[in-house]
Design a protein around this ligand. Structure first.
Ligand SMILES: [Ca+2]
Length: 475
């Protein structure tokens, strides 16, 4: 196993779903217990300012894998079997992913866990050596659910599982009674199977796609007890009235209702953090198996989790906890250890960076840039502005189908300034230096109009590089 002899490293991309950037010990949390991730961070590079290209699942994932922003890859909202072939509902086949390129370069490529980019039952985009995906499969068998059936354990992820608790609309949570009922455990089991099938002659690329800590938040029974409800820091903006903010934010599906008490919210938080500790335990098993091999390990999340910030759970807004993600890169004997990178990493930069470690580069123009050379030399990459795009909440949660709804918000972050163009509502401008909690929208202040004009220009130039597509309204 591994490839000790070849100069081309194996690459393991571990992508969680909906993990907050700061919900880990390596990110400075005094509460969340993540010793294995801490070990990974200490042995490699931690991007302290990593951002997704869209704070929702499928568009973000498509960007991490293609190096393109959504206006260029055109997966504009979440895939579901009914959306296959619909504009914006799946990743068009002609878009090139890191899987396509590494497969062409001679890598054996496998995926375990959610793909979520369309036709999820069908091996594609280079991952043909091990295609073990689950959910969003339409009428096709689901390997995870089939596993529960074969093992004879109750499937707690099927909707309406009676063992779950949910306060209002916030993250549903519960515990397993049998270790086989937990999906991250299954994902790591299958990942280890793939790794163990490898030989020393051919490098491999494993995309370990971990669905947790996305709800349902389902943890082994011993873990919630590791966190005390009274230790949970209630978010300062949990009851944010959203004064001076766009109206649409007051109507979002996942706005925390006033009926949810502080104590209930804290209880839910203990389960969310406990699930991250379970992810840590499981990732530790994979890290142990890779010990001593020539392997690049990336650990990150597709997008963040608001966990109460601005009165929201889940994501889809451009607030920091929604767009910001944890991101670690490790490569023993190559990347520096304990290196903290403060330059922003965009949601389109990871794909060319991982390719760079393999001595490869994209074959067609992309939006992202490789930072592999800089960090291999222990240097901060050059500063840059970063962007994020998303459809309207009506398109994401309520099936609004008008094409303009699929390209509704554009964020640019330049230093400590964040500007958001909202197609159907007022714009937003936050100064993260004086207002890190993003409580004061200053977009209407006369003294900021020059800055806003410059940031609009940055957006316009960015979308034109690969063609503005559905974001031509930003020109
Ligand atoms: Ca997601």
């Amino acid at each position: 196993m591994g490839s000790m002899t070849t100069s081309r490293p194996n690459i393991v991309l571990i992508m969680c779903d909906q993990m907050r950037w700061d919900a880990a010990g390596f990110a400075g949390s005094p509460i969340v217990q993540t010793p294995h991730l801490g070990r990974l961070a200490a042995s490699g590079v931690c991007f302290e300012n990593a951002y997704c290209a869209s704070p929702v699942c499928s568009p973000a994932r498509a960007s991490w894998l293609t190096g393109l922003y959504p206006h260029a890859h055109l997966q504009l909202r979440n895939y579901g079997p009914k959306r296959m072939g619909e504009f914006g509902g799946y990743l068009p086949h002609d878009k090139t992913t890191i899987g396509d390129l590494l497969k062409r370069a001679g890598y054996r490529c496998g995926i375990v866990g959610p793909w979520h980019l369309g036709d999820d039952h069908r091996p594609q985009h280079g991952f043909s050596d091990f295609w073990c995906t689950y959910r969003y499969l339409g009428d096709y068998p689901d390997p995870l659910f089939d596993y529960f059936d074969t093992e004879g354990v109750e499937n707690l992820y099927r909707s309406g599982a009676p063992e779950m608790t949910q306060y209002g609309n916030i993250l549903a949570f519960g515990t397993t009674t049998d270790p086989r009922q937990q999906r991250t455990t299954w994902t790591i089991d299958r990942s280890l199977e793939f790794v163990q099938q490898q030989d020393d002659d051919t490098p491999f690329f494993l995309f370990a796609s971990i669905k947790d800590p996305h709800p349902l938040v389902l943890v082994p029974p011993d873990l919630p007890g590791r966190y005390r409800e009274e230790d949970m820091p209630l978010p300062a903006s949990l009851r944010d009235p959203l004064d001076g903010k766009p109206e649409f934010q007051k109507r979002g599906k996942f706005r925390v209702p006033s009926t949810v008490t502080d104590a209930e919210f804290r209880r839910m938080m203990t389960y969310y953090y406990a699930l991250i500790t379970h992810i840590d335990d499981q990732v530790g098993r994979l890290l142990n198996a890779l010990e001593g091999t020539n392997t690049v390990v990336a650990f990150m999340s597709d997008h963040g989790e608001l966990l109460g910030d601005h009165g929201y759970t889940e994501k889809c807004l451009m607030y920091e906890a929604s767009v910001r993600v944890p991101c670690l890169l490790s490569w023993q004997n190559h990347l520096p250890s304990g290196f903290r990178v403060t330059t922003s990493l965009a949601g389109v930069d990871l794909m060319p960076t991982l390719l760079g470690f393999a001595g490869q580069a994209p074959e067609t123009p992309i939006d992202g840039r490789s930072v592999s050379e800089a960090i291999l030399n222990g240097q901060e990459p050059e500063g840059q502005s970063i962007f994020a795009e998303i459809a309207s909440l009506d398109a994401i949660y309520h099936n609004a189908d008008e094409p303009e709804e699929l390209a509704a918000c554009m964020m640019v972050k330049d230093g400590h300034w964040k500007y958001i163009r909202n197609r159907f509502d007022i714009d937003e401008l936050y100064d993260l230096k004086t207002d890190p909690g993003e409580m004061r929208n200053v977009a209407d202040r006369p003294e900021h109009q020059n800055r806003i004009a410059q940031m609009r220009q940055q957006i316009s130039e960015m979308v034109c590089r690969t063609g503005p597509g559905p974001y031509a309204w930003c020109l």
